[in-house]
Design a protein. Structure first.
Lengths: 136, 380
């Protein structure tokens, strides 16, 4: 495949289950084993109760655009050929917000409320990045 | 006044690790904060002062976000080895002054296992790997708060443009301002998109900038060259992802401004003029609401009709702001300096009978994700 020149995530112990799931084309949300709080971005500690043990529940991957910007100016390699592109906060049906791109549709057509579903980009042999496309 | 016996150490936690290649410094800090609070028997909700050294991405606010806490006092002063004791020194001062009652001082460093390097730009595992990989391109996270505000409240591009027009009008009288040619709403609307919904003229300049202020005790202020600008109220507050959902049309100013007003014993209608960090036109609009000058959602109509221009009801950024005078990643310094000029009567756009000035700076990572706000009220 063509080399992926955009920034790659750095995977560490506290976030590894998220990226492992992504590699298997699953979007997961951290759920505290003690207080059942869902949180994103994942981290080693529950933001509600301080517990450090989690389940990783699979998200439906469906949601809608909560907010977005259409990026017209970005000269960094990998991005410069894609402007304008969508940088968005997605509200998953589970109620959690996550940041991502909405791809596959002209940026001007993506608005707040556009329904989306997750897709998975295998950017390197080791790393898969969740992104979103407009749902039919 | 002696600060001796005004504060005491109530909780301690030393992390058992001596080599933690699998944990970031951020995580180590978080574990230590929680460990020390547990030792003290104090809930993290009570923490109102966080003292954490600078370094890494988005210092201080990243830790607030990671722990999901909202202290209203921040300090990241870093002076090499003695840093923690120095931060404790500051914590004592803040407690003695009655600004903080539960302070946490934390430090974590990965001198052995390191925090990465390598040629390619290294994104932090948390939070960078969940946002920077998607190309925010600098202002994406700010722009998203403008988009949501327009969606929820009907704020228009033209209303945002009024803010840029007002700043430029003030800059025409400031010989040091970078951009001094007057602009119209139409000029703003015709400037190219940077990150929709923000046009180029909705965005601050990129300049060099520097400044300093001297702050003295009331006793020392009895004998000064110029009229002192009294600091009547001061507060700091964070806003962040709160574990996965936040209303991005409200900035951290909604938390810092009320604290400052209460300390000063004044209300928004008492304020004569305001200095509000204009990283983007939309930043001013949100902060005007959050500082209580109008209700949430009414910022658009508020900035119309010249209300925030010299001669209007609430002149804003009479030096030309970051939109037209100077912007090097911060506006708090210029806020305090121009606010003081207004109180002394020496501004290039002098407002009549200035009694109270609100200085408001909300910025950092971006309103859509995490940032910090500070409110300072100056008076005659």
């Amino acid at each position: 495949m063509a080399e992926y020149v955009k920034p790659l995530p750095t995977i560490n112990a506290e976030t590894a289950p998220y990226w492992e799931a992504a590699k298997q084309h699953k979007l997961v949300i951290q759920k505290c084993k003690k207080c059942w709080n869902l949180q994103h971005f994942p981290r080693a500690i529950c933001g509600e109760c301080g517990n450090m043990e989690f389940d990783w529940v699979q998200s439906s991957g469906k949601g809608e655009v909560y907010s977005l910007t259409r990026v017209y100016v970005n000269r960094a390699p990998g991005w410069v050929d894609e402007v304008p592109y969508v940088f968005a906060i997605i509200q998953l049906n589970e109620g959690i917000h996550m940041i991502s791109n909405v791809v596959g549709t002209p940026a001007e057509e993506v608005v707040i409320g556009t329904p989306v579903e997750v897709i998975f980009e295998d950017v390197t042999p080791e790393i898969t990045i969740p992104k979103f496309k407009v749902a039919k | 006044m002696s600060v001796s016996r005004k504060a005491a150490i109530a909780g301690i936690f030393e992390h058992p690790t001596r080599n933690a290649p699998d944990k970031t410094a951020l995580q180590l800090q978080a574990e230590c904060v929680l460990g020390a609070l547990a030792d003290a028997g104090i809930d993290k909700k009570e923490v109102d002062g966080l003292f954490a050294p600078a370094g890494g991405e988005e210092p201080w606010i990243s830790l607030c976000d990671y722990l999901n806490i909202t202290p209203h006092y921040a300090d990241t002063t870093t002076i090499a080895g003695p840093t923690s004791q120095h931060l404790a020194h500051h914590a004592v001062a803040a407690i003695a002054a009655g600004l903080v009652s539960v302070a946490v001082v934390v430090q974590a460093s990965k001198s052995r296992s390191g925090e990465g390097g390598g040629g390619r730009q290294r994104i932090s595992p948390v939070p960078g790997s969940f946002q920077d990989i998607y190309g925010p391109a600098g202002i994406g996270v700010y722009a998203m708060s403008a988009t949501r505000h327009m969606y929820e409240f009907g704020t228009t591009h033209e209303q945002l443009a009024e803010i840029a027009v007002a700043a430029r009008k003030h800059a025409t009288n400031n010989p040091d301002a970078l951009r001094r040619e007057p602009i119209t709403v139409e000029d703003v609307m015709n400037s190219r998109w940077i990150q929709w919904p923000l046009h180029a003229l909705d965005c601050c300049l990129v300049t060099d900038a520097a400044g300093a202020v001297v702050i003295v005790s009331a006793e020392r202020a009895r004998d000064l060259r110029s009229k002192p600008a009294w600091i009547l109220g001061t507060a700091t507050a964070p806003a962040h992802t709160s574990g996965g959902w936040r209303d991005i049309t409200t900035t951290a100013a909604a938390k810092s401004a009320p604290v400052a007003y209460k300390m000063a014993g004044v209300k928004p209608s008492d304020i004569t003029m305001a200095m509000i960090a204009d990283h983007y036109s939309s930043a001013v609009l949100l902060q005007l609401e959050d500082a209580g000058f109008c209700a949430k959602g009414e910022g658009g109509p508020f900035v119309e009709g010249g209300r925030i221009q010299i001669g209007g009801q609430l002149p804003v950024n009479t030096d030309g702001g970051g939109l037209s005078s100077a912007h090097a990643g911060f506006r708090g310094m210029q806020n305090m300096i121009e606010g003081t000029r207004q109180l002394r009567g020496i501004s290039y756009n002098q407002v009549n009978d200035v009694e109270l000035v609100l200085c408001q700076e909300a910025g950092g990572g971006g309103y859509g994700v995490r940032h910090t706000a500070a409110t300072t009220i100056l008076g005659a």
